[in-house]
Design a binder for this molecule. Structure first.
Ligand code: AMP
Ligand code: MN
Ligand code: MN
Ligand code: MN
Length: 279
């Protein structure tokens, strides 16, 4: 049982890192990657909790880096990273600054749309010291009774063309891959079927990703359909990329994503975890 994509309260998950690890152990997961958006702040707590499980759970230190490529937002996972690497941490800090500025602009726009104190409201969901994501604004708007689900908030308020949408400039693709490689990690394109790209654009992106030193594709994702998984398996083989698999678990606000409940890799894929598993 392997799940290489999950979130804690260090980003926009709803469980504390230790709670996430406990849930993973209960579900029989043997290898879990914690991959919070643009931060590794939850890793130490998760690692400690993983060591306390019997049998010990193998916790992979990870991160999900926000990237802007040709005006698309893409997520690049760094798996099995050295969280103390200076280049990686400096890179993540630059995204955290951008996130904070974007959060303030989102709040201003939402206030114009009638949400008082949107910044403080979202902050109450993220907790002090954790980064602010659109998910926190979405949870706040649900709490205000202005939408019935986080998913609906995104559709009505937080996506392009809606009142709370703010364009951000995330990391460059080559930079994100380089930070991960500096930290001795494996760069993985997350949920590749979810970007609204044509097949030609997706292939162009993967060509660049490989040239920059990217190694793997998240073939199986909780956010993919079964058909997406099969198509991404083909792409991984075509591009000579290793294959990863992860739920993208966030907790109750994203109830359709469940920890560990994901398909096996389709036949013919080269599992990315063979790089670090001992068996
Ligand atoms: P951000 O990185 O702050 O722009 O937020 C991106 C996060 O928002 C993703 O990682 C998801 O957790 C969440 N998200 C994006 N779109 C949706 C959606 N339609 N419904 C629910 N959550 C979403
Ligand atoms: Mn998220
Ligand atoms: Mn993502
Ligand atoms: Mn994710």
């Amino acid at each position: 049982m392997i799940d290489l994509h999950s979130h804690s309260t260090a980003s926009d998950g709803s469980l504390l890192p230790a709670e996430l690890v406990q849930l993973a152990a209960q579900r029989g997961i043997q290898t879990l990657a914690l991959t919070d958006h643009d931060t590794t702040a939850g890793i130490v707590e998760a690692q400690q909790a993983a060591q306390q499980q019997t049998p010990a759970l193998h916790l992979i230190a990870g991160v999900e880096i926000s990237v802007t490529w040709n005006s698309y937002v893409i997520h690049v996972l760094g798996l099995n990273i050295d969280i103390e690497n200076a280049e990686l941490q400096q890179g993540l800090r630059s995204i955290q600054v951008e996130r904070e500025q974007r959060a303030q602009k989102i709040a201003q726009q939402l206030e114009k749309a009638g949400f008082q104190d949107a910044y403080a409201g979202a902050k109450a969901f993220s907790g002090d010291g954790n980064l602010l994501s659109r998910t926190h604004f979405a949870r706040y708007i649900v709490q205000q009774g202005r939408a019935s689900s986080v998913n609906k908030v995104f559709r009505h308020y937080l996506v392009h063309g809606k009142p709370g949408y703010v364009k951000a400039q995330w990391a460059a693709l080559d930079a994100a891959v380089a930070w991960i490689n500096h930290a001795d990690g494996i760069a993985v394109v997350a949920h590749p079927a979810r970007y609204k790209m044509t097949r030609t654009q997706l292939k162009k992106m993967l060509t660049a990703f490989k040239a920059y030193g990217g190694r793997a594709l998240e073939v199986v994702s909780g956010t993919h359909s079964r058909d997406d998984n099969l198509q991404m398996a083909q792409l991984a083989q075509q591009f000579g990329l290793l294959a990863s698999r992860g739920s993208d678990y966030h907790g109750a606000s994203h109830f359709w994503l469940q920890l560990g409940t994901i398909d096996d890799l389709p036949r013919g894929c080269q599992p990315v975890w063979k790089l670090w598993s001992v068996d």
